[in-house]
Every structure is written in C-alpha cells, then in structure tokens.
Design a protein around this ligand. Structure first.
Ligand SMILES: [Zn+2]
Length: 185
C-alpha cells in the first residue's frame, strides 16, 4: 500500500492531491509529501473565503503532520496568492493549516489531545517536537473551545417571535441561559 493511499484515507482534501513522497536527510527519519493543487480548482482567498484569481506563487513551505512509526512527516506546498476583488492580494486558504502556522491543524489537535494526559514537556519529548509547539497547540484548542462556547451562549439567549393561535397575535419567546452551578462560580 502506498503512503498516498493511507493519507487519502486519514486526511483527504477536495481541491488538493498528494504528489511525490521522499526521504529527507535529517537527525530523525523524515518524510516529505508534496501537495499539489488540482488544476481545475481556483484558490480560495484567506480574507473572505471565496474563490479568486491566482496572482503568484510563494516559495515552498513545510507543514508538520502527525509523525508515525517514529518518522517525522511534513507536507510541502508552495502557497498561491490570489488577487481578490474584495481583499486585494492575499495568501490562499488551505484546508490543512491556518495562517502562518508551521503545524498542520490535525497535528495541533493531536498534540493538544496528548497534553491532557502528559505534561507538555513529556508530549514534546515523546513526539520529537518542542515545548513551544505543544504550548501553541494547547492554546489553539483552548481558543477554539472558547469561541465555540461563546456561540453556544448566543444561542441560549435567542429571541424569537411565534404566532399564537390564528391571526395576528404573536408571542416573544426568550430562551435564557441556565443558571451557573456552584461548581463554576
Ligand atoms: Zn477576499
């Protein structure tokens, strides 16, 4: 079975394909997996999340993925820039990573998951990464959690009008958030 087959099973992208896979000379066994954009796919603007015309291409970058069998795995991709009518020239949005991050989103969630069971230093040493990368992964998971929680809060104070019986009688329905329990106060 090819590594590409495994990757397509665990991390499949609609508009990108896996290309060449190669060994790299490094302190630890390392594999680089080339990623290519599909020819018919237009790049997505990272500002407004809409497709836009291509502008140019930046130098290749490496994005660290989850290591396996003690082998470090990196995706290699040259990000395109788009010329967006709304945002101007912007770097494209890619599904495996956000912003200027060196770690793929999947790897960050992986590290943050282990950081619940082991110390940050322990996680870094087991997976051959740095304490800072584990810290950033935990921070990412926490801020995602906070953003998610605040959305739930908006739902909980939703106000709606419902029609009461027939005709033009309306009731205003207000959903209140639950009272905080003593444990969270
Ligand atoms: Zn845009």
């Amino acid at each position: 079975m090819q590594l590409k087959t495994i990757l397509n099973r665990v991390e499949h992208f609609k508009s990108f394909v896996y290309g060449k896979v190669r060994w790299v000379d490094a302190d630890r066994p390392t594999i680089e997996v080339q990623i290519e954009a599909r020819r018919n796919g237009r790049p997505i603007c990272s500002g407004c999340h809409h497709p836009a015309s291509g502008y140019d291409r930046l130098p290749e970058r490496r994005f660290e993925f989850v290591p396996f069998w003690g082998i470090a795995v990196y995706f290699v991709y040259a990000m395109r820039r788009v010329e967006c009518p709304a945002c101007g020239v912007k770097v494209e949005e890619v599904p495996w990573c956000d912003g200027k991050n060196q770690l793929t989103t999947t790897y960050r969630w992986f590290l943050a998951g282990w950081a619940k069971r082991l110390s940050w230093k322990g996680v870094a040493s087991v997976f051959g990464t740095t304490w800072q990368d584990v810290f950033r992964s935990v921070k990412h998971a926490v801020s995602w959690g906070l953003a998610h929680r605040s959305l739930e809060g908006i739902e909980a104070i939703g106000v709606d009008e419902i029609q009461w019986q027939r005709g033009h009688k309306y009731l205003t329905l207000v959903t209140l958030p639950p009272k905080p329990s003593p444990a969270t106060m």
